[in-house]
Design a protein around this ligand. Structure first.
Ligand code: OGA
Ligand code: MN
Length: 300
């Protein structure tokens, strides 16, 4: 468990965050065996005290940190993310802004602002994935901030791939240690097809079992965008990835986050899978979140 902050750390934070000057920073209990913790009494619109930012213990211990009741502009959310590393520019269509320096928007709205259900599309966030594993240097952290939610549902679910790795039998672990996974954008839509020439050129290979650069803990790295195993026949690699994904997303490795407006949640893409859950009527209700993705290091 992450330790409570010391009184002097609390005093520094209270001084830096007038909105919360009467509050103590509090780190709650772990939200599930798989991870998650809530930290209250901190105003993320202001710079984090370096003690908090650098220690980062809650993030490394619990993998998912929930900061409830935040009031953040998109610029402030970007600045929050930038304290942890370099923030990825918005990519793709419909993200609300191409402008660098602001969090981008993810929603179920079409161009006319009408809710639409695109959850079944192969590239949607409603499949288990880690963010941008098809980058040579994939993100370490994603921050998502709830702006508008359906009346019920619209949750985000996480699966702890370090727990999943640790729970594998020794034979399987020996068999998969050292394998590399080929990732590319579009792999999820490929079915049984081979990557095209352009996709092959853009593909990257990362270790299937990666070692967390901060904690040294091993975790599976897979999910949507994973195509096959480098050097193995496509079908064989895909079957292995499918089996491992089913294992990694077993209920005991999961944490389900039920959002409240104002929650800012950060998660560790190096040891978690996640997905949006289509447990509301996407054609009827609006769901809007702001997103900031922080670059990590080359997986090893
Ligand atoms: C993401 C993502 C899940 C959600 O923004 O990377 O996967 O619940 N979001 O919206
Ligand atoms: Mn995602």
């Amino acid at each position: 468990m992450a330790a409570q902050l010391t009184d002097s750390e609390n005093a520094v934070i209270a001084a830096a965050t007038p909105r919360y000057s009467r509050c103590k920073i509090e780190i709650g209990p772990r939200l599930s065996p798989a991870g998650g913790v809530a930290i209250t009494g901190i105003d993320l619109s202001r710079p984090l005290p370096t003690a908090i930012r650098d220690r980062n213990a809650a993030f490394h211990t619990h993998h998912i940190v929930v900061f409830p009741q935040q009031v953040l502009t998109r610029e402030q959310q970007f600045a929050f993310g930038a304290q942890f590393g370099s923030v990825e520019p918005a990519a793709g269509r419909g993200h609300g802004s191409k402008r660098y320096g602001v969090a981008h928007i993810i929603s179920n709205l079409d161009q006319d602002g009408k809710p639409v259900d695109r959850s079944a599309l192969p590239l949607s966030n409603y499949h288990w994935h880690t963010d941008k594993p098809y980058y040579r240097v994939p993100p370490m952290m994603t921050a998502l901030y709830a702006v508008e939610l359906p009346p019920a549902g619209g949750d985000t679910e996480f699966a702890n791939t370090a727990m999943a790795y640790a729970a594998l039998d020794g034979d399987t672990r020996r068999r998969i240690d050292g394998l590399r996974v080929v990732f590319y954008l579009g792999a999820s839509a490929a079915g049984s097809a081979c990557p095209s020439d352009a996709e092959s050129r853009a593909a990257v290979a990362h270790p299937l079992v990666r070692t967390h650069p901060e904690t040294g803990v091993k975790a599976l790295y897979l999910g949507n965008h994973a195509s096959h195993i480098l050097g193995q026949p496509l079908a064989e690699g895909r079957a292995l990835l499918k089996r491992l994904l089913a294992h990694a997303t077993r209920p005991e490795f999961r944490y389900l986050h039920r959002w409240r407006v104002g929650d800012l949640v950060i998660w560790d893409n190096r040891c978690l899978l996640h997905r949006a859950v289509a447990n509301f009527n996407l054609n009827q209700h609006r769901r809007i979140l702001h997103r900031t993705v922080v670059r990590g290091t080359v997986p090893v």
